[in-house]
Design a protein around this ligand. Structure first.
Ligand code: SF4
Length: 224
């Protein structure tokens, strides 16, 4: 079996990962994807709770709110000025382009992706996270956790987002649930075990990972 599939199977059983992205609606996923840039999920939760408490979470409310009001709510996530502006731009784009969120998300994946990428601050990783978790398209998400883990496993992803995403698409089952679950277990493993300084001894991938075995044996590593 291909290494990527073995890793995925192993981590599904060891770490779970189903329903990892807890959101009450596709729009909450989209807002969370913007807020999650360069911060922790705890901060994102605080900001989402604050937006809800202020009545600003629905897209029409966000599109018409003052930037100062949004900034106050999203301050816990850092970069709050740019994130507030991006949230309002995203909400406005939904209505300008499609009239409703449902219509916006129901467009073909290529159209939706281009539209998301045209929003300031939405890069390929964020756009694909929205395609996968909010719109329900089988879009692999290439993030720093996945790159680091696969590099250490001796199965590096190619440089460049598109090439890396294509490799994941070719090697994983092409289902929304599998891409969601694979992304989830990569994030969990990257946070709990495969950190910049990894915790290899308890890692569920240790027997598949020469880098980890070298770490545990206290041998020289490749510097990853
Ligand atoms: S064994 Fe160590 S280096 Fe390998 S995947 Fe696990 S945590 Fe990362």
């Amino acid at each position: 079996m291909d290494l990527l599939l073995r890793v995925y199977e192993r981590l599904r059983h060891a770490l779970g990962g189903e329903n990892w992205w807890q959101a009450e609606s596709p729009w909450e996923v989209m807002v969370g994807a913007i807020l999650a840039q360069q911060t922790t999920w705890q901060s994102v939760d605080r900001a989402l709770r604050s937006l809800k408490a202020e009545g600003l979470l629905p897209p029409d409310a966000l599109a018409h709110a003052s930037l100062e009001h949004i900034e106050t709510c999203v301050r816990p996530t850092g970069f709050y000025r740019s994130k507030a502006r991006r949230l309002r731009l995203m909400a406005a784009r939904v209505f300008e382009e499609a009239g409703t969120l449902e219509t916006f998300l129901a467009r073909p994946p290529g159209t939706l992706r281009r539209s998301l990428l045209a929003i300031e601050g939405v890069g390929e990783e964020t756009a694909d996270a929205i395609l996968l978790y909010a719109a329900g398209y089988p879009a692999p998400v290439v993030d720093a956790y996945t790159r680091r883990i696969l590099q250490r496993l001796g199965h590096p992803l190619p440089r460049g987002y598109e090439k890396a995403a294509r490799q994941l698409r070719e090697q994983l089952p092409d289902h929304v649930s599998d891409h969601r679950r694979f992304h989830a277990v990569m994030v969990i493993l990257g946070k709990e075990f495969c950190r910049p300084t990894p915790r290899c001894a308890p890692c569920p991938l240790l027997d598949l990972c020469l880098h980890g075995q070298a770490v545990v044996a206290d041998l020289p590593q490749t510097g990853l």
